[in-house]
Every structure is written in C-alpha cells, then in structure tokens.
Design a protein around this ligand. Structure first.
Ligand code: GUN
Length: 290
C-alpha cells in the first residue's frame, strides 16, 4: 500500500502557481485576488477557509475574507456578491458552504459571476465542464484528478466507482472521470444513498478506483473492495474524541489498496490546491494571459 500524499502534491502544485504569479508581478501586473465569504461560525468551515487563505499567501495571491453573521438575510448576501462581481480587483469569489438553513445555497451559487466562480459550482461552469468545454472545474473533483495525475495513476480504461452524488464532489467527479479529459476516459458508476446494498457491493468489489464522499466514518469496509484498488477518501469526519477520519476504515482497508489517500493530508489539501489553480485561471482570463 502506498499513500497518495495530498500535502506533497498540493505543495508542488501551489509552488508552480507561485512561479507563474511571480512572473506576472515582475512584468508589472497586480497579484491575483481571491475573496472568500464566510457565513456564521460553522467550525469545519472556519478551518477550511483558514487553509484557503494560507494557501493564497503561498501562491502569491492577495485574499479577502468577508464574514457575515448567521442571521444575515439572503438578500444581503446576494447584494454583497453582486458588489464583488462588479469589483475588478477580485478575480475569484467563493462562498463557503454550508450556508444557514434560511438561505438557499443554489440562489447564492447562481448569483456568483461565472467568470469569478472558482469553485466551479455555477450552472454555467458545471454545464460547460459536463460538455467538455473550458470551465472552472469543481475544486475537490479537480484536486482528485490532479492527485491521480501526480502519482501517474492511469485512469483511462479503468472501472471507477463513485459513492455519493453530491453536487460538490460525487456528481462532478463522476462526470470528469468519464469525460474525454486529460485525466478521464474511465468507465464510471455513480452510486448513492438509494443504491441497493447488493448492487453497491457488486460495483465496489470490481472497482479499480473508488472515490467515496458520503461523510460517514468507516463506510467503506474491507469486504467491499478488491485487492489492489486505488482508494480516494473524500470524507473529513470529526469523531467525539476529536480525531479526524475519512469515510474509509483505513486500518483494515488500506492493506488491500495499491494506493490510498490519508485523512487528513489527502484530498482536503488537494481541494485547496485546485482552488489556487482555478484562481490563477480566473486571473489569466482577466488579463488575457495564457
Ligand atoms: N464546503 C465544503 N466543500 C466546499 C467547497 O469546495 N467549496 C465551498 N465553497 N464550500 C465547501
């Protein structure tokens, strides 16, 4: 079993971004700029946003964090997004999810200008990505692809099983791995909460690559996988004792895997790195750079 080290890969990708940014600054351009909107005091979001801001600094970007209280109204949030959309000093905008119950996340996502939507969640970007057109690709899914590429794991021709159909991870990764992309051309099965158990087991037991994003500690057990599987664990679950674990029973499953992502230090790191790549792309689009 070998580890797919998201920390090493992310550091390498962010360093590549920083080299490009240094070149642009040397030629007299301003730094790329990412704005993050954070609503309320959801503890995991606090930590994700912090790592995004730290990564901006490493990439040579400026960043701004706009905080709103839990009680902010949807219209106030929409007004803030509209203002940032019109501000030429911001290249990329993300609204950290989840937002409070009284706010419809789809209304928020739809309000972000597609050219600033570095999360790749806006219907325009999601649609373009699905059609194989140039688009911001959803950061976690894109990060997974970059991780597979970094470790030279062939995806083309493989049987991939995705567990979980969220708009953030499961749905986009299933499309990206099956599309005719540089990291793609796999045969993909998307399974979800309504997949009958027997069918799920049939699929996972013959999978070459499994991507699991269900948010349930220990969901993937040893009996569900074949020897040599590549395991991508997107889960980040905090247990009562304070430790962080993924969706895979790492202790038992890892010995059957050819490759596996650790939690923490796996996919989470890659989400942030992919966001930096997307922000650089937004900036390059802004300034007509290639
Ligand atoms: N919450 C969990 N993952 C993400 C993500 O990739 N982007 C945003 N904006 N919020 C999230």
């Amino acid at each position: 079993m070998k580890l797919l080290d998201g920390k090493i890969c992310a550091e390498s990708l962010v360093a590549d971004v920083a080299v490009k940014v240094n070149g642009y600054i040397a030629s007299g351009l301003r730094k790329p700029h990412m704005t993050v909107i954070l609503v309320g005091d959801h503890a995991p979001s606090e930590s994700y946003v912090k790592s995004k801001i730290v990564s901006c600094r490493k990439a040579g970007f400026d960043s701004a964090l706009l905080r709103f209280p839990e009680t902010v109204s949807e219209s106030e949030l929409l007004a803030a997004i509209t203002a940032i959309n019109a501000d030429p000093s911001t290249d990329g905008l993300i609204v950290q999810l989840p937002v409070p119950q009284h706010i419809n996340p789809q209304n928020i996502i739809n309000a972000i200008a597609p050219e600033k939507d570095i999360d790749g969640f806006h219907p325009t970007n999601f649609g373009r990505m699905t059609l194989g057109q140039k688009a911001f690709r959803p950061a976690t899914a894109y990060g997974i692809c970059k991780l597979l590429q970094f470790y030279e794991i062939t995806v083309k021709g493989k049987h991939c099983v995705v567990i979980g159909r969220s708009n953030i991870v499961g749905k986009p990764i299933s499309i990206m791995l099956s599309n005719d992309f540089d990291i793609g051309n796999a045969t993909v099965t998307l399974t979800h909460i309504e997949t009958p158990r027997e069918l799920l087991l049939d699929e996972t037991r013959r999978a070459d690559i499994i991507v699991v994003a269900v948010g349930i500690p220990g969901f993937v057990t040893e009996d569900m996988v074949k020897e040599g599987v590549v395991m991508i664990d997107v889960g980040i679950n905090r247990l009562e004792n304070g430790s962080l674990v993924g969706d895979v029973d790492f202790t038992r499953v890892s010995s059957k895997c050819s490759w596996i992502t650790p939690v923490p230090g796996g996919v989470g790191r890659m989400t942030v790195a992919a966001l930096m790549i997307n922000t650089l792309m937004a900036y390059q689009n802004n300034f007509d750079l290639t």
